[in-house]
Ligand binder design. Structure first.
Ligand code: 13P
Length: 252
């Protein structure tokens, strides 16, 4: 993917089917179809087909999933494969979200397998990275983010990586109301580009979209999106309110 402006709403485990449909309608009716911003709606699995259907004729709107399994199919009760996501019209999939790392103990090796499945089925992986508060306080945030990137990206060719989106989500900012300052976000996003340059080259590093996530909202999005290396946001809580989500989209 070449570097694009992207705003993605990760609804996490929220909404009913009816609320999901209403939210999509209230968002899409406010958006000018001629803007060049990629908008991604990431609902819970059961609503993906309905949401993808509602977005299918809306310019620059796409649907995404919050996770996929490492395997293509089979006896994995309760799991969802990349192939299934693709078959309901989904275009993106979050991989490596900190909640998957923290609550489901997912590791780098899982992310590699999941991304391989996603790519096989024409999904764009949105690969999430970010440090905990302890890692930042002990000045290990650059080291941790380097490891998170290197351990996974080393398993992918430049061509494969060209289909990725990256999301920097400092764990201490997720759902806490505490946002990274624009200085902290810019510093880390530029650093992430330098790590990508070391792994691949500067052209691809300049082309990859890097989203900021972590208490990004209608009040702080403008300042964050003004940073040179911040290409948009991965929004949690504020994406559940149509007006707030649209204000974030209007913040570029
Ligand atoms: P919040 O915007 O609620 O902090 O969540 C961010 C996030 O985890 C998006 O994936």
């Amino acid at each position: 993917m070449s570097r694009k402006k992207i705003v993605a709403g990760n609804w996490k485990m929220n909404t009913s089917l009816q609320e999901a449909k209403n939210l999509v309608e209230r968002i899409t009716e406010q958006i000018n179809e001629f803007d060049d911003i990629i908008k991604i709606i990431i609902p819970p699995f059961p609503y993906l087909e309905a949401v993808a259907g509602l977005l299918s004729n809306k310019a620059n709107f796409y649907s995404g999933a919050q996770n996929c399994h490492t395997n293509p199919g089979g006896a994995f009760t309760g799991e969802v494969s990349a192939n299934m996501l693709s078959s309901v019209g989904c275009n993106y999939v979050l991989i490596g979200h900190s909640e998957r790392r923290q609550y489901f103990k997912e590791k780098d090796a899982d992310f590699v397998l999941k991304i391989k499945e996603a790519l096989k089925h024409n999904l764009h992986p949105v690969f999430c990275i970010g440090e905990t508060i302890h890692e930042r306080k002990t000045d290990n945030h650059f080291k941790i983010v380097t490891e998170q990137l290197t351990n996974v990206l080393n398993q992918f060719s430049l061509e494969e990586f060209s289909r990725f989106v990256l999301a920097y989500e400092p764990v201490w900012a997720i759902g806490t109301g505490e946002t990274a300052t624009s200085k902290q976000a810019q510093e880390m996003h530029a650093f992430i580009r330098s790590v990508v340059t070391d792994i691949y080259d500067s052209t691809i590093a300049n082309n990859v979209s890097i989203l900021y996530g972590g208490s990004c909202n209608a009040q702080n999005a403008r300042e964050l999106f003004a940073c040179k290396d911040v290409d948009g946001g991965l929004i949690g809580g504020a994406s559940l309110n149509a007006d707030d989500f649209c204000k974030i989209i209007f913040s570029f």
